[in-house]
Design a protein around this ligand. Structure first.
Ligand code: IVH
Length: 669
């Protein structure tokens, strides 16, 4: 038994390592996650029965060990260098020129082009193929011993694959966290009320520099290897690229986007391509790295102080910069929501100067522990609005001020209420609050609502401030004389605006409902309500219960709709709008809706139609299509290989239909 168990354990370990290699290094798994899990569980079970056979390099031993008091120091066998930066095309050409001058080269230089991952550099020290130690970069000469933490990263081989290894192999790589891993980690932290990380880099650093490796084991850390330190007892290939391939064969993970480029123009083309791909990559990169591919040329070039002459980092425009919060003001939105807004010392980030950033709500301010006077990280990626992602706690000045929610609306002085359990504070001023009036008018006239061209943000503000508009109903009683009393408003512009207003009288019911600005009723919900109830009168007469028969309308939306139509002032505004001849065509008749009020769940693979088609057909018949099975589900349509949803339906006694029955239902309805 003992002999067999030993053999089985070795075979399982080998199989697991092989699958790790296929999954992480080759990116070509040959089994499912569930099958992998089975292997892992089988190994765990065998080892539990034979604890004497457990060795430190078993895949089961990656769960972290005893917590440390302090990291030990590690002197690097060969210094861990950093890179010089290039920011422009010219910088890159200068770099290439310097390389060629030094080498007296008349030929084009061959470079590797690599993504520059934004994480932490580590050194993995292998002796005869076995991972012996791992260290952070530290000051480049001495780093911290993070062996226990690195061992928890499943994609770091504890034993290299193959048979011929250097006696000593120092591999350099970047430990990082994917965007998804980071988001999930923060979400969990938020749910637990723990502090969140500002960005994936900080999350990776915080996780790797954890004294308790059991915590590190729970963090989604990854690695890509990109270079070498000390290598002894092995005569390897003579180019950097060939070495990277050798590392891959040994089971080390290397980034798949590394390419060869001949000369600086080709490097630049790579840079352009990566900067376009940047947002779509699953991890953050802050630039690309070019390295002279030939190792003998690298040797000839050597180093200056702390950076090699044979490599350079070509940085992307920063997406994250530091600046200072100079003040926090509170803005009032259309529904009275009070939003704290940071006034920033202007900074240039990703192509624009940013001087304001929303702080969303007070919970967010508290969670990020933001004070006035703080130095903060401001992020602007792609077209996303700038945001404050975190505070640099070490830079907080003594006179930093806590941020308090005001008791009164900064615009109308009405009380601000904070509903327990809701993150959002609101001004109770309602229609008397000019900030809310302005926002309501802007929303009403916006393109996707009543589409009144010319009645934009600035004019709405002016009209409210001049006392010409207090509610959206007043729009239709404006006259030319009043309009012309505004600064810089001539007769022609006034007439144009009146024409636009007149044109907007003819609209659609979905647009009208959306324009009213009922809380939580966006375009899609407005459309669903209009389609379902057909007329404004029917919607106004709907109850909390009947509203929830509408697709995607739950108790929260239903409550807001009921409340909205219940308020006398809202009814007065609607009456005034109708009196001003705002009107719409009747909603088209929909077909019979025999499945109205029923909830369906689709699972497994259908052979004759796609999920989306099946969903659309069900919705056309009035059914709701939900993503998960509950006791409220009316029917589960189970295609081939249906899994847990089918099991749950059976457990709950929910009706289950196969594809054939489903097609019959569609045909007969
Ligand atoms: S090579 C001697 N290659 O960037 C060469 N570094 O700014 C030293 N980094 O400390 C580094 N991706 O943490 C190299 N493909 C890559 C890299 C990379 C990210 C990081 C690394 C290094 C820093 C230098």
């Amino acid at each position: 038994m003992g002999v067999n168990a030993g053999k089985d354990i070795l075979a399982l370990r080998q199989a697991i390592e092989d699958h790790n290699y296929r999954y992480y290094v080759l990116d070509a798994p040959s089994i499912t996650d569930a099958e992998y899990d089975q292997l892992y569980q089988a190994l765990k079970k065998l080892e539990a029965a034979h604890p004497e056979l457990i060795t430190p390099d078993s895949p089961t031993q990656r769960v972290g060990g005893a917590a440390l008091k302090l990291f030990g120091e590690v002197k690097h066998g060969f210094p861990m260098l950093s890179l010089d930066n290039a920011f422009t095309e010219e910088d890159l050409e200068d770099f290439d020129q310097r390389v060629r001058d030094r080498l007296h080269a008349r030929h084009v230089i061959e470079y590797t082009c690599e993504p520059k991952l934004d994480g932490l550099a580590v050194n993995l020290h292998y002796e005869h193929g076995r991972l012996v130690q791992a260290a952070t970069r530290g000051d480049g000469l001495t780093g911290e011993d993070v062996t226990e933490n690195i061992r928890t990263i499943a994609m770091v081989p504890l034993q290299l694959r193959g048979t011929h290894f250097p006696a000593i192999l120092d591999v350099r790589g970047e430990v990082f966290m994917s965007k998804k891993g980071f988001a999930q980690l923060n979400q969990t932290a938020e749910q637990k009320g723990d502090k969140t990380f500002a960005n994936p880099r900080n999350a990776a650093a915080g996780s790797l520099r954890q004294l308790d490796s059991k915590i590190t084991a729970t963090r989604p850390l990854e690695i890509y290897c990109y270079g070498l330190g000390l290598v002894e007892g092995f005569s390897g290939p003579d180019t950097h690229m060939a070495w990277l391939n050798q590392l891959k064969e040994w089971g080390l993970r290397v980034n798949p986007f590394i390419e060869i480029a001949e000369g600086p123009k080709a490097c630049l083309a790579y840079y352009e391509r990566m900067s376009k791909a940047r947002d779509k990559l699953p991890y953050e990169i802050d630039g690309v790295v070019y390295k002279v591919n030939s190792l003998s040329l690298q040797d000839k070039l050597g180093f200056v102080s702390k950076a090699p002459r044979w490599a350079i980092a070509h940085k992307f425009p920063a997406e994250e910069v530091y600046t200072v919060i100079e003040a926090v003001e509170f803005q009032v939105g259309r529904t009275g929501a009070i939003t704290p807004v940071a006034r920033l010392k202007p900074v240039y980030v990703h192509g624009v100067t940013v001087s304001n950033a929303t702080l969303h709500n007070m919970d967010e301010v508290k969670r990020k522990d933001i004070h006035v006077g703080d130095t903060v990280i401001v992020r602007r990626a792609g077209d996303v609005i700038p945001e404050v992602v975190g505070v640099i706690a070490e830079r907080r000045p003594r006179d930093a001020k806590k941020i308090h929610l005001p008791k009164h609306c900064p615009v109308c002085q009405s009380d601000i209420e904070l509903i327990p359990g809701e993150a959002i504070a609101r001004c109770t001023g309602g229609l008397v609050c000019s900030a809310q009036q302005k926002e309501a008018i802007k929303h009403f006239s916006s393109r996707r609502a009543m589409d009144i061209e010319g009645l934009g943000d600035k004019l709405s503000d002016q009209l409210v401030e001049a006392g010409l508009l207090a509610s959206v109903a007043d729009i239709y009683t404006l006259n030319k004389h009043e309009l012309m009393s505004l600064p810089r408003m001539g007769e022609k512009s006034a007439q144009n605006l009146l024409d636009e207003i007149d044109k907007s009288r003819h609209t659609t019911l979905p647009r009208f409902l959306y324009a009213l600005g009922i809380r939580e009723v966006g375009e899609a919900t407005a459309k669903a309500l209009a389609t379902h109830f057909k007329t404004l009168e029917a919607l106004q007469a709907a109850t909390f219960e009947t509203l929830q028969h509408v697709q995607d309308v739950g108790p929260v939306v239903a409550e807001h709709v009921v409340h909205f139509f219940h308020e006398a002032h809202n009814r007065a505004v609607i009456a005034k709008l109708l009196k001003a001849k705002v009107h719409w065509d009747a909603m088209p008749e929909t077909g019979k809706q025999p499945l109205l009020g029923q909830t369906f769940v689709l699972t497994g693979t259908l052979t004759t139609l796609t999920r989306d088609e099946a969903k659309a057909k069900l919705e056309a018949l009035g059914a709701k299509v939900a993503g998960s099975v509950s006791a409220k589900t009316h029917c589960v349509v189970a295609g081939a290989e249906a899994g847990s949803k089918l099991a749950k339906a059976e457990a709950l006694g929910v009706k289950v239909m196969d594809e054939e029955a489903f097609l019959t239902l569609l045909k007969n309805s």
